[in-house]
Design a binder for this molecule. Structure first.
Ligand code: CTP
Length: 404
């Protein structure tokens, strides 16, 4: 549970997107957070405090004149115990108000009175596309960012008003991911990370091919962890149906040759390359252009193979890696003798860091155990979820990078 022990003040302002705040509240609690809801009177026109109280299991605050607090200072008490204030939805009007430091309702009063150093403010804007694009809103968002608020993105699509465009509030799952990411240390801030993930698919003919059991989950978890750590992430993904981690630029490829071309091109702009993909070592020399038909009596067809390029070894031997600009990390999925195999593979691939795992014990699963091998020895990372391991691995990589 990524928000365990975190105390979040969830602020709601007036907007149709308040209906999503109910589900967001549930998600925050499921992830371990304590949620204190504070609503504006306008928000209470869209969703009732009763609903939010039932979901958050705490009394909801709406008014700055609420006498329930012994000192009658809800704006101070509620903000002092918060790890963050997340206003979702944040209306155009509310942002305009915050910008001027106005404080004529409990939520804006609380935002203004919060200790800026210890209680970060995150805003999830929600409004009609014209309002979002209006120069006043654009100006306000820029100024709020300058004043230290984290203004999250907006979604694009159908709006409650019937128009289509930018300005929808992000979905609750997206806001949850953004909040979790917010709390992660920014160990890769300013770094560009390229990740290869998943299997490759080598065609035999237009309907058949050779692939492997890699699920892509470890690479996708690393993409998420690197983004959470502040990196700009490019993800070159073989054929998997996993959702794209937030913030990652994804390129879909199929064959090893396509993966090679995408990785070589994108590595030009990368500071780190993490090769988690299970790249096919060989491809069919001449894939048939038409389906190979079974012919009675003529037996099985014979396939000739040629070797695929080694993406990792090529990049590790390239000029950027040799001059220390590109830091390459390899993976090794083995079936036994992990330490010996991984150590040998690290030298063979010419990479400073190689991450070993037992393939059959992890393929397709949400958990894994890793063995990190570098020039100084090996470090075991015990079995855990792939996301937790990915965050730990990001920390190991960040510690090994030359100063930015
Ligand atoms: N790799 C790569 N391109 C290839 C093959 C492998 O980039 N054509 C990368 C993988 O992404 C991984 C590392 O190299 O990071 C090791 O992959 P693995 O398949 O374990 O290594 P191989 O060199 O194929 O060795 P083996 O004989 O064990 O299969």
């Amino acid at each position: 549970m990524d928000l365990n022990g975190k105390h979040i003040v969830l602020g709601l302002t007036g907007g149709v997107a308040c209906y999503k705040a109910a589900y967001l509240c549930r998600l925050l609690i499921k992830e371990g957070a304590q949620v204190q809801v504070v609503m504006t009177e306008a928000a209470a026109q869209f969703i009732t405090p009763v609903t939010m109280q039932a979901l958050s299991n705490r009394p909801v605050y709406v008014s700055q004149w609420d006498a329930r607090e012994p000192n009658n200072m809800a704006h101070i008490n509620l903000s002092r115990e918060a790890d963050a204030i997340l206003v979702a939805p944040a209306s155009a009007d509310f942002m305009a108000k915050l910008l001027h430091g106005r404080a004529d309702d409990l939520l804006s009063l609380m935002c203004l009175a919060r200790p800026q150093e210890t209680v970060p403010l995150l805003l999830a804007p929600a409004m009609n596309r014209e309002m979002w694009a209006h120069p006043a809103t654009v100006r306000n968002v820029a100024q709020l960012r300058q004043d230290g608020a984290t203004v999250l993105g907006v979604g694009e699509g159908d709006q409650a008003c019937g128009e289509t465009g930018d300005g929808r509030m992000l979905e609750p799952e997206e806001l949850l991911e953004d909040l979790i990411a917010f709390f992660q240390p920014k160990l890769l801030a300013g770094r560009r990370v390229l990740i290869s993930a998943g299997p490759t698919y080598e065609a035999i003919d237009p309907v058949r091919g050779i692939t492997n059991l890699s699920s892509g989950k470890m690479g996708f978890a690393l993409a998420r962890a690197a983004y959470e750590a502040g990196a700009q992430v490019s993800l070159v993904a073989g054929p998997v149906s996993l959702p794209t981690p937030r913030g990652a630029q994804r390129s879909n490829v199929r064959s090893a040759l396509e993966m090679d071309a995408a990785c070589q091109a994108q590595a030009e702009h990368a500071d780190v390359f993490i090769a988690t993909a299970a790249v096919a070592d060989w491809r069919v020399a001449q894939a048939a252009t038409q389906k190979i038909k079974k012919q009675a009596g003529s037996g099985a067809p014979t396939l000739d193979f040629v070797e695929n390029p080694d993406i990792l070894a090529t990049l590790a031997a390239g000029a950027r890696a040799r001059s220390g600009v590109l830091y390459c990390v390899g993976f090794a999925a083995e079936s036994q003798d992990l330490l010996a195999q991984a150590s040998a593979k690290r030298l063979r691939k010419g990479v400073p860091l190689l991450v070993g795992n037992i393939g059959p014990a992890t393929f397709g699963q949400d958990e894994n155990a890793l063995l990190l091998v570098d020039a100084h020895g090996a470090v075991e990372m015990p079995r855990n979820s792939k996301l937790v391991l990915a965050r730990q691995l990001v920390a190991h990589i960040a510690a090994r990078l030359p100063a930015a």
